[in-house]
Design a binder for this molecule. Sequence first.
Ligand code: ADP
Length: 484
Amino acid sequence: MSDLKVLSVASEIFPLVKTGGLADVVGALPGALAREGVEVRTLVPAYPAVLAKLAGAATARDYDTLFGAPARVIAGRAAGLDLFAIDAPHLFGRPGNPYLGPDGLDWPDNARRFAALGRVAADIGRGAIDGYRPEVVHAHDWQAALAPAYLHYADGPRPGTAVTVHNMAFQGHFPVSIFGELGLPARALAIDGVEYFGGVGYLKAGLQLSDRITTVSPTYAREIMTPEFGNALDGLLRARARVVQGIVNGIDDAVWDPATDPVVAQNYSAVRIDMRVRNKTALQTQMGLAPGVERPLFAVISRLSDQKGLDLLLAALPGLIAKGGQLALLGSGDRSLEAGFAAAAAGRPNSVGCVFAYDEKLAHLFQAGADFVVVPSRFEPCGLTQLCALRYGAVPIVARVGGLADTVINANEAATAAGVATGVQFCPRSVDALSYALDRALEINADPAMTRRLRLNGMRADVSWRGPAQHYATLYRAIARPAE
Ligand code: ADP
């Protein structure tokens, strides 16, 4: 049986261009799916960082004009990934962040840039590249979500389509004036088409017109059908509930492997878990915290944004410190949160240490050295930090929301008695509830046998891409339309 062909479409892919978890997922799926008999090629914009890795790539298709100027699709391999890239200098020939200009604002032509991504994806889906015809087109997030819309309105055979929502907060909602440029038929500007609150909604269009919708955890799949989490698309999702599915993300368990990790102070595994403590000492030293293996060390590795709920932790922090806890924070983003944690560190340097940066390497030492990793998100489609924590034997303390609810087993009476707990969940998302959870963590910390049990359970949980890849493969097979 030949492999099923899937065209994955996204605006970022690790390790070529990344602003968040989306890139990790898009970069990891091809490898994981290859083991399931699925051949994934990924279509991305050829930003300078992508072009640099595709030197010498062949032209697979020319466009006389693509949203205002000539362009071409190139095909090549980089970082172990099979790629198509849209070489359109007028749209993507800009270094730095893929979405924002040097002023930190969205590029004013983002509607055009990402319509081009959807348009080219649909063309490839319909056989625009000689010798390549996918049976499924899988669009990630709003930037790719016009692909199913273009396919829906095109004549002739088309592949099956799926859209994955990585974060409902970003939707690609543009003024109606863009519609004339999209090249869609007039009837597409309708409530059951791409129209959205009087404008054009890219994610809305994808959710409306794709065969299947997935998001990155079962709990988030249910949550986004409610007004609280649906960002105004909950009604549409409820109407399409039968085709909505949650599939949790995985992590690369070769990159995240405490037994071989080259950047931690001490390698360890479940059978040598006692050696883990050397990483704690190294982390305390590096962060300027008071040494002491008995002091419970809490860590945060996160974007500092409202979503992540770190204002709750800032409010709960004095109580935690008063009870002997320490906090190491690695994160960047919101200036007022940075200022708040910086002030906490200045006031109690023995107990609070912060690095306001994005630092992949340091993140590994944080996971290897922390006793607890705190993820107090207000909403969390999946979350990767807690998966890394499980793998590294740091006990996650998480808000019971989205993917955090699906991946951490709360150490309540029943789970503890059954010996299956892996962390602590709290609910509602409030300072009081978080404070109780931190108290629970201190109780656990005071019980070495229980702490060990939780760490081992976490380390033995399967947080790899194997399970998720099987779910995606099953989904693709259900919607695949063979090339005619
Ligand atoms: P999001 O995509 O919303 O930022 P996720 O938890 O899905 O959140 O993925 C973020 C990933 O980036 C996690 O693996 C997290 O550990 C990592 N990360 C976040 N902030 C930093 C940082 N400052 N330094 C290093 N890694 C970070």
